[in-house]
Design a protein. Structure first.
Length: 338
């Protein structure tokens, strides 16, 4: 292609747009200001793809090394910033497999599963869950009937379960205590139970279903940005309330092992991670393999469903698993209680 005045101007314009988008993307994802929640609700690789398209197109028009440098910068940014790329550090880590969890150094891990069952609108996921032989199951969008049905299928009447406000926990062991959020505004989102292990130790289990994420992507409208900002703040309040209840009712964060998970309706880059990372490890970051995004099931681009554990646990395996009986993917994590 012969370089003309038009092609040079077009090339430089595309380089400038790509650089401007890169600066905005790095700032937005690094600082996570609430005002830019509408921008960061999408994975960084979505904006990276647009930036790469701009810089690659610039090379077509400009034929200048700068456009290739910008393309390389974008590629590095996506690699370092994408949540999906963090599992590269877990190369060699085995994925959990259906059936009984494989022993680790002579210890049988505790297998935890979380799934938004979508109120069984896509059918009964009991068999899909049972294939993984979990010890603890966190269920969202599940009635008491649904929770009991899954518990009976998994444990044949020998396990235990609790259900509250379309949240539920089922376990092969016994539940000694249940704590329900006393604030009626948040009863839908938070459900705590104490699970008693066979060796007399106990685990606190927190099952969360935070406010549905904003889905308005009409970024050219001011009300879209305001809606995303308010939506994010609501979830920050909810996770703060959940942690306060945990601190008020247990010895957390000192001696009590805690598993916290569910449908957080927020990607791992959301600021709520700052409220969790002081005391919890994200099991997928620590031991995840494969594509970890969980929503939407057919084309998962957001990791909304997560399992976190206090440092009393060592995550050894984690993966997201597709089930036809939900619009979410199921998360399976194997944990060693130290």
């Amino acid at each position: 292609m012969r370089t003309t005045s038009f092609s040079r101007k077009t090339g430089w314009l595309l380089v400038g747009l790509s650089l401007a988008l890169h600066l905005l993307t790095v700032f937005a994802f690094a600082r996570q200001p609430d005002q830019l929640a509408a921008f960061t609700v999408m994975p960084i690789w979505v904006w990276g793809g647009l930036g790469l398209l701009l810089s690659s197109s610039a090379f077509y028009f400009l034929r200048a090394p700068l456009s290739l440098i910008v393309t390389g910068i974008w590629a590095l940014t996506v690699l370092l910033g994408a949540d999906e790329a963090r599992v590269i550090a877990n190369l060699g880590t085995p994925a959990p497999q259906p059936g009984t969890p494989t022993m680790v150094d002579g210890i049988r891990p505790i297998r935890v599963v979380t799934l938004n069952t979508s109120l069984f609108r896509f059918g009964d996921p009991s068999d899909d869950i049972a294939a993984w032989e979990p010890d603890i199951v966190l269920l969202q969008e599940a009635t008491a009937y649904h929770v009991k049905k899954i518990a009976d299928r998994l444990y044949g009447g020998h396990g235990d379960y609790r259900a509250f406000a379309q949240n539920g926990v089922a376990t092969r062991w016994s539940i000694s205590r249940e704590v329900r959020n006393p604030d009626r505004k948040f009863t839908y989102f938070n459900h705590n139970v104490t699970v008693e292990l066979p060796d007399s130790r106990s685990i606190e289990v927190v099952n969360l279903h935070l406010s549905s994420a904003a889905t308005d992507l009409r970024l050219w409208q001011g009300q879209c940005w305001q809606h995303h900002k308010e939506n994010r703040k609501q979830r920050q309040i909810e996770i703060a309330v959940a942690l306060r209840i945990l601190e008020d009712t247990t010895s957390f964060p000192t001696t009590q092992p805690v598993i916290l998970g569910g449908d957080l309706n927020a990607p791992p880059t959301d600021p709520i991670k700052q409220l969790l990372e002081r005391d919890f490890d994200d099991t997928f970051h620590s031991a995840g393999t494969g594509w970890g995004d969980t929503f939407q099931r057919r084309i998962p681009i957001l990791r909304l469903d997560q399992i976190h554990a206090t440092r009393h646990f060592t995550p050894v395996r984690c993966r997201a698993v597709t089930t036809r009986h939900s619009d979410h993917r199921m998360v399976v994590a194997d944990l060693i209680l130290e």
